[in-house]
Design a protein around this ligand. Structure first.
Ligand SMILES: Nc1ncnc2c1ncn2[C@@H]1O[C@H](COP(=O)(O)OP(=O)(O)OP(=O)(O)O)[C@@H](O)[C@H]1O
Ligand SMILES: [Mg+2]
Length: 290
């Protein structure tokens, strides 16, 4: 893990130096790194009061999974426990950076398949929603291999792709857990995911959902970056990304290339190293957020 971290730091440093040299040559001021931006704490202001938001959110159909069912999908952050700690730490660090920059939309991405994006997203969303008076939304954009509804044990016909295509209103395909967390999931795969994500309607739909329900944060579960152009095309709609890498599988070159692609388009919050087998006391359950 330290080897990966130090290799990534080295690659970032080299890129930073290269950028600085280019900037010096162009006699232009060096660009600011969002990672180094001074951190301040404040709450993202919202127009609607908590009570009004609760009222509006009641329009979204609720679902009531059993805790055992969630646990069988490795969803652990719906309550505070030893297992939720890594996700709670991730939540705190993520919110700190997002609030400091007034960001409200984050995409969870990975270079290739199966790194743990969906599991990270869903646990992060539950962890966020355990905060009182905090409203969180998780939208699934991976319509080639949708997995969220299955993980959450949502059995009815929710198909968020129909909202993206403009065919149905959002309430029809969103599902609410408790008062302050909703999910946009897909039961079935769709034939044209790239067109749905790249179409002008995707941005409009996300803006409308944000205006209507005013979540404090919108988390997006995405397809793998190198599996197509779906994710990169959607990055215009988010403020930042969190990169999930799979321990012992994602290579340093792959992570670095992915980070470069992402950094050219949006703000990269950090790298989650998922599925670690060798843990220090402080990194139990296999995650590090750096
Ligand atoms: N930290 C972890 N510990 C154990 N198993 C994990 C962990 N993270 C993910 N998994 C398991 O790995 C598999 C892939 O995880 P997940 O579906 O979250 O990945 P993904 O990146 O969303 O995949 P895809 O690219 O197909 O969308 C799942 O079976 C999940 O339960
Ligand atoms: Mg997934």
């Amino acid at each position: 893990m330290e080897r990966i971290q130090s290799a990534l730091n080295k690659a970032r440093k080299a890129r930073q130096e290269q950028r600085e040299n280019q900037n010096r040559e162009a006699a232009a001021p060096a660009s600011e790194s969002t990672q180094d931006a001074p951190l301040e704490t404040y709450v993202i202001p919202k127009d609607m009061s908590v009570a009004s938001r609760e009222e509006v959110w009641k329009r979204i159909p609720a679902f009531h999974p059993k805790e055992k069912q969630l646990a069988s999908s490795r969803i652990v952050a719906y309550r505070s426990s030893h297992d939720s700690v890594p996700y709670d730490v991730m939540r705190t660090k993520l919110l700190h950076q997002m609030r400091a920059n007034k960001w409200s939309r984050v995409a969870i991405v990975s270079p290739s398949q199966g790194a743990g994006k969906t599991l990270t997203c869903v646990n992060l969303a539950f962890s966020l929603a355990r905060q009182t008076n905090f409203f969180a939304a998780l939208i699934e954009l991976d319509m080639r291999r949708p997995a969220l509804a299955k993980a959450l044990k949502i059995n009815d016909d929710c198909q968020f792709s129909r909202v993206l295509s403009g065919e149905d209103p959002a309430e029809m395909h969103l599902r609410r857990y408790g008062k302050n967390l909703f999910f946009g999931c897909n039961k079935n795969t769709v034939r044209n995911p790239a067109e749905l994500l790249q179409g002008a309607n995707a941005g409009k739909v996300v803006d409308e959902i944000e205006a209507q329900f005013q979540p404090d944060i919108m988390v997006f579960d995405t397809p793998p970056v190198f599996a197509g152009d779906d994710t990169l095309a959607f990055l215009d709609q988010v403020d930042c990304v969190l990169l999930v890498a799979e321990a012992e599988k994602s290579t340093i070159e792959e992570i670095d290339k992915c980070e470069q692609e992402l950094a050219a388009r949006t703000n990269v919050l950090g790298v989650v190293l998922n599925k670690c087998r060798y843990l220090s006391k402080h990194e139990e359950y296999g995650k590090e957020y750096s």
